[in-house]
Design a protein around this ligand. Sequence first.
Ligand SMILES: [Fe+2]
Ligand SMILES: [Fe+2]
Length: 245
Amino acid sequence: MAETTTKAVDLRDSGGLPSHTYAFYALRDLHPGEVRELLCPEDPAVLMQSVNLQLRNRLYWAVVRAGPPLWRLRVQLREDLPAASLTDLLTRDHARLDRLLACALRLANRNQLTEAEPAVGELSRAVRRHIRVENEILAPVFSAPRNLLGNDPTSIMLREHEQILEQLSLIESCIAGGAETRSNTTPLLALLSGAMAKHEHREEQNLFPNWNRALALGTDADGTAAFLRRVQSALADRETTEEDH
Ligand SMILES: [Fe+2]
Ligand SMILES: [Fe+2]
């Protein structure tokens, strides 16, 4: 992605605000393609870890020049960088889905259901795309052993995908319905939020490490990079072929 902006933020100009708060406000609205140059009068390691945690690990930073007396950092969104691994790529997409769901839920909680409707639409498209990638690209490639009881990680993932898709369809029909039906949107979004959090955690713990290992064993660095590009394009709804690169 092309870089669009480089803006300097000097923590010495915080106007009495704690450095952490000033940095948080300066970095929370960072957009894709944007870069902030951060000037820190103290070692920024702890401060950046803390701000990044608040921003759900969306940030990537590099120390351009180390202090004392002044540290100069280059900060951008992690999503602007090529994924370091399959786990990294999928975990980033989980975080994106969580943000879309939080946005829809925030609007619904305020009873702004007209504004929530496009947010639900965007969420639905992104979740369906993510599930399609996991079901149709990743699960077939990394066919892990399944068991008859259906409690292996792949079977659990596929079953939970069905449940999530059913929940999504119900939410879509509620928010598109009359006033009485619409009022069910908020509790259903809250239920989906809980289901998604558990599902994503299970995948990140039980499934993605296995897929990562299988990918590393199955191909070399170039093959891995090409596969990650394919998955990234599919998650962004831009299916590519090897000829595109
Ligand atoms: Fe999933
Ligand atoms: Fe997932």
